[in-house]
Design a protein around this ligand. Sequence first.
Ligand SMILES: Nc1c(NC[C@H](O)[C@H](O)[C@H](O)CO)[nH]c(=O)[nH]c1=O
Ligand SMILES: CC(=O)[C@@H](O)COP(=O)(O)O
Length: 159
Amino acid sequence: MATENKNLSVYDKSTIPNAKTLRFGIVVSEWNDTITEGLYNGAIDALMDCGALAENIIRWNVPGSFELTFGCKKMLATQKIDAVIAIGSVIRGETSHFDYVCSGVTQGIKDLNIAYDVPVIFCVLTDDNLQQSLDRSGGKHGNKGTEAAIAAIKMATLG
Ligand SMILES: Nc1c(NC[C@H](O)[C@H](O)[C@H](O)CO)[nH]c(=O)[nH]c1=O
Ligand SMILES: CC(=O)[C@@H](O)COP(=O)(O)O
């Protein structure tokens, strides 16, 4: 089902474990910060709606989505956390750089999920234009940050 047929912000709280004992890391790309701040707000709101405590959420910023892998790796290596959310917004430009950034961050985050025993949630928008990004960071399709927060709680309590 494509995003256009679902709202990314919809979740059934009764099906989500309480997050009050969980610690979260959030690594946020500064590129397209209007979008990434919207994603971050969606994630924070959902985490706290599900019981997470502000003092148990650590935020680090990185320059761009390509640096999300290193930022999450360093957070995993130095912080006691139950899940990490990687937040980025990649918007297609004139060249093929979009493809390399998207594939690099995708593979990097996938590799972290293999190398570490703490889930890293992929909250990276990879859009053809700004409107698609706006629609998915608190617009008509909801907020992928909300979706990522719910995924983080579910994965942190898996098993
Ligand atoms: N064009 C976008 C970028 N590009 C920057 C890279 O992510 C990286 O920071 C740079 O290549 C230095 O290593 N990043 C985004 O997050 N979004 C874009 O649209
Ligand atoms: C995703 C990118 O790196 C892209 O926004 C850069 O734009 P351009 O391909 O026009 O250099």
